[in-house]
Design a protein around this ligand. Structure first.
Ligand code: NDP
Length: 286
């Protein structure tokens, strides 16, 4: 096949400039490939920083418009500017506290009204409270489960209703944890919520396959973010993490992009009910 000339060309309705034939071939492969998310809109909770931000940016790099939901308006605005600048995709932000689980349906309706619809839901927002199990209060327990688990159910229910009426299927990606499958001291509430999330993922996958909604989870290993700052700033803990991780390093938020794009795109159409660990080999090692 002869190479097209270098210059401007269009992909769909988008004009694209290319500097070399190699770039052009790469671009066309991305645009027409099974990982292409052009024309899709992805809602990412916790998309203002850390893992959620990296995933939102990664989905946008693969063509999706993105909706970011979190509590901190300033970080949301910064994330929006950064993603728009780097990807030229559309970005909407919504300031919302997911602890208000009874208001999630209203939030989702508002998002659909403003954006025109959501094809991909990434439930990433999460919190942890570290405490010995015997000291965990009911309040701590409830907060962690409300954000990490109940909000995911409510978001997913709203997404399912929306996709059913659109009649087009969809993708849900839940952000789990190593504690979906393993335990560490002081993580009773967190591990319970994340193990519950894996059970919820499997159940929704089985129930909603009939609507062509794929439901999967991604389980990050130890990733350097705000959430894990007390851990990665502790030298002894870091030494332990490196010794337990076959790939020998902390993960970065960007390490999660590959799994998220796979599960969000048509490349993942036959994957459902799974938890994919992105952990540098942590769980594989005895
Ligand atoms: P961060 O603390 O950087 O991010 C947490 C995100 O959740 C923020 O965007 C935060 O935004 C949002 N969030 C928290 N509470 C609420 C709430 N009540 N309502 C709305 N949004 C909320 O941590 P990570 O990026 O590390 O965590 C992202 C996900 O990854 C979590 O589910 C976490 O459990 C999971 N994870 C992280 C690992 C790691 O090593 N970092 C390992 C395994 C899992 P805001 O505060 O503005 O509301």
């Amino acid at each position: 096949m002869p190479f097209p000339p270098i210059g401007w060309f269009s992909v769909g309705s988008r004009p694209v400039s290319c500097q070399s034939n190699a770039f052009l071939l790469y671009y066309v492969a991305m645009e027409s490939g099974r990982f292409n998310l052009a024309g899709k809109t992805a809602l990412v909770t916790g998309g203002n920083r850390g893992i959620g931000f990296a995933i939102a940016r990664g989905l946008a790099e693969h063509g999706a418009d993105v909706v970011l939901v979190a509590r901190t308006a300033k970080e949301l605005a910064q994330a929006k500017t950064q993603i728009q600048k780097q990807t030229q995709r559309r970005v909407w932000t919504f300031v919302f506290d997911l602890e208000n689980t009874e208001k999630i349906e209203g939030l989702f309706d508002e998002i659909v009204t403003q954006t025109g619809g959501v094809d991909i839901l990434v439930n990433c927002a999460g919190i942890t409270i570290r405490s010995p199990a015997e000291d965990v209060s009911l309040d701590m327990w409830d907060r962690v489960h409300r954000v990490n688990l109940t909000s995911v159910l409510r978001m997913s229910q709203a997404f399912c209703r929306h996709r059913k009426s659109a009649g087009k299927g969809g993708k849900i990606i839940n952000i789990g944890s190593l504690t979906c499958s393993a335990a560490r001291p002081t993580t009773a509430a967190y591990a319970s919520s994340k193990s519950g999330l894996m059970g919820l993922t499997r159940t929704l996958a089985v129930e909603w396959a009939k609507y062509s909604i794929n439901v999967n989870a991604v389980g990050p290993g130890y990733i350097t973010t705000e959430l894990t700052k007390p851990l990665w700033s502790d030298k002894d803990f870091t030494k332990w993490v490196l010794s337990e991780t076959p790939l020998g390093r902390w993960g970065q938020p960007e390490d999660l992009i590959g799994a998220a794009v796979l599960l969000a795109s048509s490349a993942g159409d036959f994957i459902t009910g799974q938890t994919i660990y992105v952990d540098g080999g942590w769980l594989a090692m005895l």
